[in-house]
Write a protein that binds this ligand. Structure first.
Ligand code: ZN
Length: 468
């Protein structure tokens, strides 16, 4: 009986998470994430799988971020028909996020087709559409944390708290090898960090023979969440004091809910003065928040207590959620101080562009950056204090203040990754580092070797390793 692990995404990069485990002709995928990055290149990579999806038995998802689940509808288009296992909150979030992603794919194809038809080329199909998503979500099979379930003949899995976002999990895969105990492969998923708001701390790494571990910040010490709430209060109060608005570009899932939670806590403690509204203006964020509300069973102790005490952590007198375009447009007419949280998180698309356009020229206002801003995005130009920026093709002077709060990362940093893996140093036979730029993975590999791990490799896309 032969078993193998094969790496097809998030290998020496951070998007497109997908790793295959094979045993005796049966194959299971861990994650099925979208490649992101340069538009044309990502589009090509997302279309094709270097294996036959029709022969895949099942998929196990670590969590609902689109770089971990966003290729599932394409997998179906190419023939996959098996179950997709994930925690109940992840299943609910996947429904919301894939529907949004299909919409983006359809718009993207329309954008390309305008150019192609102009150049005399054949139009392209979207990567997938709403009908593909509808078929995909029918295959979702919720499984609670910490229960063992069958995935394929001779392959079982257990989902374990990853502490990264609502529903996030690591996966322990057990593979029967026909002699003695099973081969145990632990996959970290995206590893969170201790003391993140709302979610519980990551569960300890379970005993395993092989480890597939993320390394996003394998060589970086990012600041923690302590003090973030107070720093947020300072920025909000200073801006409100000037009679200005606070515009917060934020990822719809995860970051937005943390901002709302902190704001609600500050309001309860009387630390935001005077009362101003916080408006979440992103349809995706509103839907994701509803999923967060449906799953209080996965909150940490502090969030559970606050939830019982207040009725709901994401609802307060000063919190508002907008859905329609009309409601969003009405915000532009309101002149009083307020806080607007909107997507996209890097200011590339979406309603945030309208809020920036309308507020960037007023020195009373603050643009508050709470997430990572990739190179060449509008968000990055704001962080770099560009005096002027282009929005919808027009130049605007940046007169609003730009503030950056760096402690919101939901990924374990270098020290936290090393501490999480260390107890298993003597036991793990081989570690595969994934989900990191090569310098970050190499830095973590060095640390792990120093801490006693015998064999640490950084696989390339397409590489296969026998496990026994
Ligand atoms: Zn993630």
């Amino acid at each position: 009986m032969k078993a193998e692990v094969r790496f097809y995404g998030a290998a020496r990069e951070v998007t497109g998470s997908m790793h295959l485990i094979e045993r005796d002709g049966h194959t299971v995928a861990l994650d099925c994430g979208l490649f992101q990055g340069r538009r044309a290149e990502a589009n090509t990579r997302n279309r094709e799988f270097p294996f036959d999806p029709g022969r895949l038995d099942a998929v196990v998802l670590s969590h609902a971020h689109i770089d971990h689940c966003g290729r599932l509808p394409r997998l179906l288009r190419e023939g996959f028909a098996g179950p997709i296992f994930a925690t109940p909150p992840t299943c609910d979030l996947v429904r919301v996020l894939l529907a949004d992603s299909a919409h983006i794919q359809e718009e993207d194809a329309a954008y390309w087709n305008k150019k192609r038809v102009h150049g005399g080329d054949e139009p392209i199909e979207p990567l997938y559409d709403a009908a593909d998503v509808e078929a995909t979500v029918k295959l979702l099979e919720p499984r609670p944390l910490d229960s063992v379930f069958d995935v394929a003949p001779g392959i079982r899995a257990t989902l374990r708290e990853a502490g990264h976002m609502i529903g996030s999990a690591g996966v322990l895969v057990e593979i029967d090898n026909g002699r003695g105990g099973p081969i145990r492969v632990a996959f970290s998923g995206d590893l969170g960090r201790p003391d993140l708001p709302i979610v519980r701390d990551p569960a300890p790494l379970p005993p395993c023979d092989y480890l597939i571990c993320e390394s996003t910040y394998g060589g970086r010490i990012t600041p923690g969440a302590e003090g973030m709430r107070e720093q947020l209060a300072t920025v909000l109060n200073e801006t409100i004091g000037r009679g200005g608005k606070v515009i917060i570009p934020s990822f719809a899932v995860g970051r937005t809910q943390v901002i709302v939670y902190y704001f609600h806590q500050l309001v309860e403690e009387g630390l935001i003065r005077p009362h101003v509204p916080l408006v979440v203006d992103s349809p995706l964020a509103v839907q994701a928040t509803e999923v967060f509300m449906r799953h209080p069973e996965v909150y940490d102790r502090e969030a559970s207590a606050f939830n019982s005490q207040t009725g709901h952590i994401f609802e307060c007198g000063d919190c508002q959620y907008t859905r329609s375009v009309e409601e969003s447009k009405a915000l532009h007419l309101r002149k009083e101080p307020m806080i607007i949280v909107s997507a996209s998180g890097m200011c590339e698309v979406g309603r945030i562009l309208h809020h920036l356009k309308n507020n960037i020229g007023d020195p009373r206002n603050t643009i508050l950056i709470v997430g990572y801003q990739a190179a060449h995005t509008l968000g990055r130009r704001l962080v770099e204090k560009a005096p002027q920026v282009r929005i919808f093709g027009e130049l605007y002077s940046v007169r609003a203040q730009v503030k950056v709060l760096n402690g919101f990362s939901a990924h374990a940093n270098a020290a936290e990754l090393a501490d999480w893996t260390a107890p298993l140093a003597a036991q793990v036979r081989r570690t595969f580092l994934v989900h990191g730029e090569i310098d970050q993975s190499e830095a973590l590999a060095t640390t792990m070797r120093q801490r006693g791990f015998r064999d640490v490799v950084i696989p390339e896309a397409g590489q296969t390793f026998e496990i026994d």
